[in-house]
Design a protein around this ligand. Structure first.
Ligand SMILES: Cc1cc2nc3c(=O)[nH]c(=O)nc-3n(C[C@H](O)[C@H](O)[C@H](O)COP(=O)(O)OP(=O)(O)OC[C@H]3O[C@@H](n4cnc5c(N)ncnc54)[C@H](O)[C@@H]3O)c2cc1C
Length: 237
């Protein structure tokens, strides 16, 4: 019997640029276990000499689209595994994968909201999975995505998020661009703005690189949110 910890082959069925730095890969996975929005998979690459590299990637797609999943992988300078997925991997390739993994950084429709999602860079990926699932399964749950990206061109799923903001009454997108002309970071004022627009969140999810998650978590606690309602996922860096 295979479990979430069994390595299995997954086949890349599609690959396309998502932004200048991020590539979207669709994979046909060898399992049909339902997953929870926010979970991730582990991938393992093996070189001809036996050297192995293993990394985690969040699932961007909604659980309802199994048996395929979408990953959104940002190319990092000198990145061993992200470099492979950005430049080398192509549709038809099989890669080793295991999952779904993660029991804390997850949102199920029964958990309800309001839902505050705060993402930095590729940290938006598991939050996208949550938003996609919310739109299908619990569109009445109020949700706000506070998303920090470097530039407008680097906003992942920009068209989709802008459309959801316009069309979904319960969803609000707040973008913060750090390297635009009037660039700013997520600060206490931005958090206050988000909380004023959403109301007090029942659940808050924060995801991104280590410094981003630490800074935002501190701001949220300083803004009065109980720490037990805040869940974090750190991508490294
Ligand atoms: C649970 C989880 C989910 C993740 N989901 C995603 C995802 O959906 N999309 C995605 O693109 N990545 C995701 N990551 C990050 C991913 O696992 C890898 O760490 C990332 O792709 C870098 O691997 P690499 O082999 O390319 O870089 P490495 O060769 O390991 O590192 C190259 C350089 O980049 C630095 N670095 C490593 N990680 C980061 C980072 N996150 N930010 C800034 N600098 C970094 C290293 O210190 C090093 O200097 C996730 C991580 C975790 C733990």
């Amino acid at each position: 019997m295979t479990t979430a910890l069994t390595w299995q082959d997954a086949v890349i069925t599609a690959a396309a640029p998502e932004t200048t730095r991020v590539r979207r890969l669709t994979l046909a996975v060898g399992w049909s276990r339902p997953f929870r929005a926010g979970q991730h998979v582990d991938v393992r690459l093996t070189a001809p000499d036996g050297y192995q590299a293993q990394r985690s990637y969040s699932i961007a797609s909604s659980p309802t689209v199994l048996p395929t999943i979408d990953l959104l992988i940002e190319r990092l300078d000198d990145g061993e595994v992200s470099g492979f997925f950005s430049d080398v991997a192509e549709p038809g390739d099989a890669i080793e994968l295991r999952g779904p993994i993660g029991g804390s950084f997850v949102w199920d429709p029964e958990m309800g909201g309001p839902l505050l999602l705060v993402g930095g860079g590729s940290g938006v990926v598991p939050l996208l999975g949550m938003l996609r699932h919310r739109a299908e399964a619990a569109p009445g749950v109020p949700a706000l995505l506070l998303y920090s990206a470097r530039t407008a061109e680097e906003v992942i799923a920009r068209e989709e998020l802008t459309r959801r903001d316009a069309e979904e009454p319960g969803f609000r997108l707040m973008l913060t661009l750090t390297r635009s002309l009037d660039g700013r970071r997520i600060d206490a004022a931005r958090i206050a703005e988000a909380l004023a627009a959403l109301g007090t969140p029942a659940h808050t999810f924060v995801c991104g690189a280590n410094p981003f998650v630490s800074a935002v978590s501190d701001l949220l606690v300083e803004a009065g949110l109980p720490a037990r309602t805040i869940r974090t996922e750190r991508f490294g860096g």
